[in-house]
Design a protein around this ligand. Sequence first.
Ligand SMILES: *Cc1c(COP(=O)(O)O)cnc(C)c1O
Length: 362
Amino acid sequence: MKKIPLSRVFLSEEVRQAALRALESGSYILTKECEAFEAELADYTGTKHAVLCSSWTAGVFLLHHAMGVKPGDEVLVPSHTAFPSIEPMIHRGAKPVFIDIDKTYCLDVDLIEAAITSRTVGILPVHLYGHPANLDRVLEIARKHHLWVLEDCAQAQGARFNGRRVGSMGDAGAFSFFPSKNLTVLGDGGCITTDDAALADKLRMLRNHGRKTKYVHELVGYNFRFNEIQAAIGRVGLRKIDMLNEHRRKVAARYTERLSEVVRTPPEKAWAYAVYHMYVIRTERRDALANYLQGKGIATGIHYPVPNHHQPAITKMYSDLPALPQTEAVVKEILSLPIYGELALEDVDYVCDSILEFFGEQ
Ligand SMILES: *Cc1c(COP(=O)(O)O)cnc(C)c1O
C-alpha cells in the first residue's frame, strides 16, 4: 500500500554538504553562515534587515519586548491560528483580542475596527496556510488608529501580496524554520524581518545577552541565538524555496481541479500568490473522510481542531472571550491534505481518487 505523509522536509546532497562544511568550520554560533543567511533572507523578503532567532516564538517575544508591549495592552489577532501566535504577547502581559476569519481562513478585516479600544496597540495578521491576509486593509486601519502591524509569516515563506513578499509590509514580519514549514533548517529556528534599523539592532542585542561586544552588556537580554549548521542548511533551502513553492502551487491546482465538486476547496484571492503550506478542504464528513484516507495510507491533519479562544490556557485567563461563528464552524470541517515541495503528482492523483471514491464519485 502507498504511504503518503502530510509533509516532508527538503533534504538533498547539497544540504548535507552545507551542514558538513559548517560542522568543520570551527565556528558554530552567529558568525559567517548566520550573517550570510540574514543578508539573503532580507534580500529575498525585500526588507533592510532580517534577524535570526532560535524560533518564531523567541523572535516575536524579543520583538514585543523591543516594541514595549506591556501589561494592559491589547493586540488584535485571529483565534484560528497556531497557539504560538499569541504566546509572546501573553508573556508580556498583553491581551489577545480575538477576531473572526473570512473565507480565506485569515482574519476578517471588516471586523477589525469594531474591536479597537483605547488599549489596542497592534494587529497581528496571520498568513494562514500560506495565503496572505488582506494587508491593504490591515495597514490602512493600522495607520488610521496608530497601531503597529506584525505579520505572522510562519506558514507563508515566499508568499506575495500584490507582488510584494509577505514580511515586508508590516512594521515587522516573523518567520519559522520548524521542520514542517516551507523553508526549514531541519531543526528549530526563526527570523524577524523589518526596515527599522534601530529595532533590528535592539533585537540583535536582546537575543545575545543584551550586548554588542563580548564583555559589555547594554541591556538585560536572553540567549535566543541561531546556529551556523542550521544557517548553512537554511541557505541551501532559500535557493530552492521558489521552485518548491511553485510545485506546491501545482499540487494545489490539481487538488482544486479534481475535488471542487465534492468538498469546499481553498480560495485564492486576486491579490494573493499563496504558497500552500497547507492545502485545507472543508467537508461536513471530515472525520469519516480522514479515517477512510488513513485506511488508504494517506496522512491528513487538522489545523486546528481547537481554536485559541477555546484553549484551556486561555479560557481560564479571560472571562470576556467573544463568540467567533466562522472560526467555530470551520474547525469542525477542515482537513489538511498531504502537500510538500516534492510531492509527486501521481500521489496527488491517488489522494484525489481516494477522496472521490469516499464520496461515491468513482
Ligand atoms: C509554526 C507557527 C508558529 C511558531 O513557530 P515556532 O518556530 O515553532 O516558534 C507561529 N505561528 C504560526 C502561524 C505557525 O504556523
